[in-house]
Write a new protein. Structure first.
Length: 190
């Protein structure tokens, strides 16, 4: 193990944050770049995939919510791309190279498994089209709100665990076209 690798591992084991690429081994940096690129590309491709649902949403309130979700996804992408830029990654070149590809979707019956079918690094679920309002609501819940719940299960009151987190309710899953239950009482209506 190199001296740099020993120093890096000592910092990680000691709970000390790595602040620059110079503190990382090449292997660690490349793995980190890959993971951050997957997250950033998924956020951007996801936001692009949600855009058509602004006009397809059934009510004005839901159109506003979808627009907010798109804004949130693009903000998440900007944060992740900012971290990549801090590591010396050429974000502008990467996005220019892939911008049109991020909107590409495959047929709903296609099964690509784990195959990478374009040169971007998005998670494969973002290649599939969202065809119905119910699909949009479910997809948004599973990818955003459901993931939050998986990562923060102990932050939820026991009554909310089988439902939506009270401080991040799935705004689209309220009573409406899908007749979904309201978020737990005491939850904010964002």
């Amino acid at each position: 193990m190199s001296e740099l690798a020993r120093e890096m591992m000592a910092k990680i084991e000691g709970g000390i944050r790595l602040e620059s690429a110079q503190e990382m081994t090449d292997e660690y940096r490349e793995t980190l770049l890959h993971l951050l690129t997957m997250q950033a590309d998924s956020e951007l491709a996801g936001g692009y995939g949600y855009v058509p649902w602004i006009t397809k949403a059934p009510t004005v309130e839901e159109k506003h919510v979808v627009a907010q979700i798109v804004k949130d996804e693009l903000r998440h992408a900007a944060v992740m791309y900012g971290l990549l830029a801090d590591l010396g990654f050429d974000v502008e070149r990467h996005v220019r190279r892939h911008d049109e590809i991020f909107t590409m979707r495959i047929g709903p019956d296609a099964d690509i498994g784990t195959a990478r079918i374009t040169s971007d690094k998005r998670v494969n679920i973002f290649y599939y089209p969202i065809e119905t309002w119910a699909d949009f609501v479910f997809f948004n819940f599973c990818m955003d709100r459901g993931l939050w719940r998986v990562n923060h299960p102990h932050d939820l009151p026991s009554a909310a665990r089988p439902r939506v987190p009270p401080d991040r309710p799935c705004r689209l899953a309220r009573a409406g076209p899908l007749n979904s239950p309201s978020p737990p009482s005491g939850g904010s209506q964002r």
